[in-house]
Design a binder for this molecule. Structure first.
Ligand SMILES: [Zn+2]
Length: 415
């Protein structure tokens, strides 16, 4: 079944200097078959007239936690069950798809809920009766790249109390290279695509600091070796330069947050081809923090790091580190696009910001052969917006069309 998207202003995200061009985009069996600047669809063809709207690759958010409550000063989530968390995660991720986020990387999620979502949204039903019942009734959600629960040292980042959640495994605690290897292998056994480590404390917690290097070089190396031996990638929550330098040399593929990164750390990341997901919202978005009732001490600590965080982002960009966007906040549908606005406010051009939300994350996740740009042969994960995001990045807030693998998930082009 072919679908013709006519009168598109295509922003393909292929090069670095993006320029919209008029075309008809032909989709066949979920893939982009042709990008035709002149052709008309044949009579009787299935047509969606975009009326000049801007057609882009679907957006990625590569730092999310589909079911997590951050922060959770009252420890409400202590009593959450796996079923409750799973439902939260379904709502959160499916809502994200409807605003144009067609792919997510979950980097720490309880009980491998992310892996279950990945399989469900990919419509990989179990065989037998369930397959018969659901094969043609898809549950739509974004593509997921999953890390399962993050691996941390005993009492490491995020340990706000002496006890863990009652029904959930949100983190795997492991100490020493041998335990770390075992934890990493367990995650792989459960079906993850990535591993996630916590190698420093966080910025907003009351009992830890982002300058605290929590994992030893030998522990990081052990985790990286297990991931890479299996062909997987590995990332780490990283507060400061010191940890980033150890982590990059140990083999990390990506650095999260990097609140404090000096020139040496940035140059090392560029040299090793390590991606950087700055999650700027975490320290910049005070309105969000107040709206979601962060405790005052967390707000003050986050804001105190805001300037430092922006400087680190600037240094990384100057050094040539590849940036990928992810907000690290919930709900994803409300925070993914503001994060793209934050990187623009911090100095990115709209084109650079778009590439950090499309082509770069697809490359980082090893999916550049099928996702991340509008090119023939790629999967048709596409969005359309009426205004030009290269002129004003906030145009992304008004998504009128979402396609996932050629299937229409949202269409309000007429409204
Ligand atoms: Zn996070």
């Amino acid at each position: 079944m072919k679908l013709y998207l006519t009168r598109c202003s295509v922003i393909d995200c292929v090069g670095d200097a993006l320029q919209p061009f008029a075309a008809t985009v032909v989709i066949n069996e979920g893939r982009i078959e042709k990008i035709d600047p002149t052709g008309e669809p044949p009579p009787g063809a299935d047509v969606l007239d975009l009326g000049g709207a801007y057609l882009l690759p679907g957006l990625w958010d590569v730092h999310c936690h589909p079911s997590l409550m951050i922060p959770d000063p009252q420890r409400v989530s202590y009593f959450h069950t796996e079923a409750e968390r799973t439902l939260l995660a379904v709502r959160n991720t499916s809502a994200a798809l409807r605003v144009g986020v067609t792919a997510l990387r979950a980097v720490s999620e309880a009980n491998f809920i992310d892996v279950a979502l990945r399989e469900t949204y990919a419509n990989r039903q179990p065989s037998g009766l369930w397959k018969k019942g659901y094969d043609d009734k898809r549950l739509f959600g974004p593509r997921l790249f999953c890390a399962g629960p993050a691996i941390r040292i005993t009492g490491g980042h995020g340990a706000t109390g002496r006890i863990d959640t009652l029904y959930l495994q949100e983190f795997i605690e492991a100490d020493g290279p041998e335990e770390i290897r075992k934890a990493a292998r367990r995650c792989i056994k459960m079906g993850v695509d990535w591993l996630k480590l916590f190698i420093t404390g966080g910025i907003a917690g009351s009992r830890e600091s982002m300058y605290e290097v929590q994992m030893s070089e030998a522990e990081m190396e052990a985790a990286c070796e297990v991931a890479h031996n299996k062909g997987l990638k590995i990332t780490a929550h990283t507060g400061c330069s010191e940890a980033a330098k150890i982590g990059v040399r140990a083999g990390l593929d990506c650095i999260e947050h990097g609140y404090e990164l000096d020139d040496e750390a940035c140059e090392l990341m560029a040299e090793y081809g390590v991606y950087y997901c700055p999650t700027l919202s975490v320290t910049q978005d005070e309105a969000y923090m107040r709206r979601w009732e962060w405790p005052e001490y967390s707000i003050q600590r986050a804001l105190a790091g805001a300037e430092l965080h922006r400087r680190s982002f600037e240094r990384a960009v100057r050094a040539g580190v590849k940036i990928v966007n992810g907000a690290d906040l919930n709900p994803i549908a409300e925070t993914a696009i503001p994060e793209i606005e934050w990187v623009v406010k911090a100095g990115f051009s709209p084109a650079q910001a778009l590439i950090a939300s499309t082509r770069n994350p697809a490359e980082m996740c090893g999916a550049a052969d099928r996702l991340g740009t509008i090119e023939p042969g790629k999967l048709a994960d596409l969005i359309a917006v009426p205004q030009n995001p290269l002129e004003n990045i906030s145009a992304l807030r008004e998504v009128k069309l979402v396609l996932k693998e050629g299937e229409v998930v949202v269409n309000c082009l007429d409204r």
